[in-house]
Design a protein around this ligand. Structure first.
Ligand code: PLP
Length: 340
């Protein structure tokens, strides 16, 4: 029931909503979208998602706008990325129309779970695509399940937009240069769990992974992309093992629009010392400003925020992007679609 949700104290966890939606791929075809109130799925014990990692997902959000309209942020980019993930691990691709219909339906049927405007919350949308066909030998499944569930989430920063500490590591890699780092598959998360839990246990928000081959360049900031800002330039790593973040893509556009130069190139560990601002970006937080980066091996500490506050550019980028999502700032790049 959504009428007893305490919107002001929502965390970033799971809350049951009324329905989730599903479509099954069988005999080479996607079936009708079905809505169900069940939170469970039944599948064969030899399903490829369980043994061979045929599982990809997306993360996106719907927002209750200032004008009372429901805005979906850049959904087509999530659809494209899911298609790219599907090709990457040989799963059936979800057609654009099925993807959009599923999103619209799950959002509209759970409309009263969208946090009201002004609470800073949003409806987190989780599309999931898994291989359900049974296989014992290693090969792709012949059957797939595409499903989408939603859950209301609160603002990521309950104590305000404050810089976090991150831990640079070399003894774990999230992804290999020619592996699956550039697609959003479950296996990448499994590979990053050990470094992630250790970083948290040692007092950091997330590990920073280096590009796995050279071990010289910044790759990702945990489950988010990295950017640094200096000399009026927004710099973000170029690498084959980075997940192409839609938030980062949007921030690059906004940065340019706000008058910054934008560079996508290698960022060495030493260069961290030169940034005036840095952040991790993704759908969940939009931006997590990075205050300090501790090198776990050398003990070097890169102090990026001098006064414990996020930098002015990060703040401006964060406010502009959120403003567009809530319908407070003109959507001049046509990033939002109204769900009705
Ligand atoms: C999902 C994800 C991101 C962020 O992508 P967005 O599209 O901005 O949400 C960044 N890095 C990794 C590893 C991810 O899985």
């Amino acid at each position: 029931m959504s009428n007893n949700i305490d919107w002001k104290n929502l965390s970033f966890g799971y809350i049951k909503t009324d329905v989730n939606v599903r479509s099954y791929y069988r005999n080479g075809k996607w079936g009708q979208i079905e809505a169900t109130s069940s939170e469970e799925i039944t599948m064969h014990m030899a399903a490829t998602c369980l043994h061979y990692g045929q599982a990809a997902f997306e993360g996106m959000k719907a927002f209750m706008g200032k004008d009372g309209k429901i805005r979906l942020f850049r959904w087509r980019e999530n659809w494209k990325r899911l298609a790219s993930s599907s090709r990457g691990i040989l799963m059936a691709e979800v057609p654009e129309d099925i993807f959009k219909e599923a999103i619209d339906r799950v959002v509209l049927e759970n409309k009263h779970f969208i946090p009201p405007y002004g609470t800073g919350g949003s409806l987190y949308i989780r599309p999931l695509l898994i291989g359900t066909g049974a296989r014992v030998g290693v090969s792709p499944a012949d059957e797939y399940l595409f499903m989408v569930f939603v859950t209301p989430v609160g603002p990521y920063f309950k104590e305000g937009f404050k810089p976090v500490k991150m831990q640079l590591v070399r003894d774990y890699d999230r992804a290999a240069p020619l592996g699956t780092g550039n697609i959003k598959v479950g296996g990448n998360y499994a590979a990053s769990l050990r470094a992630g839990e250790r970083a948290k246990g040692e007092g950091f928000a997330a590990p920073i992974f280096l590009e796995a081959k050279e071990k010289k360049y910044i790759d990702e900031a945990g489950p988010a992309n990295f950017y640094g800002i200096k000399n009026n330039t927004y710099v973000t790593p170029e690498s084959a093992s980075i997940l192409p973040s839609i938030t980062n893509m949007s921030l690059r556009t906004l940065a340019e629009d706000l008058g910054l130069k934008v560079e996508r190139r290698h960022i060495t560990v030493e260069e961290l010392a030169t940034f005036e601002e840095a952040g991790a970006c993704g759908t969940a937080a939009v931006i997590s400003p990075i205050g300090e980066i501790h090198d776990r091996d050398t003990g070097d500490i890169y102090k990026i925020s001098k006064d414990g506050n996020p930098g002015p550019w990060s703040e401006k980028l964060f406010k502009t992007l959120q403003g567009i999502q809530y319908g407070e700032v003109e959507d001049k790049f046509n990033w939002c679609d109204i769900v009705e």
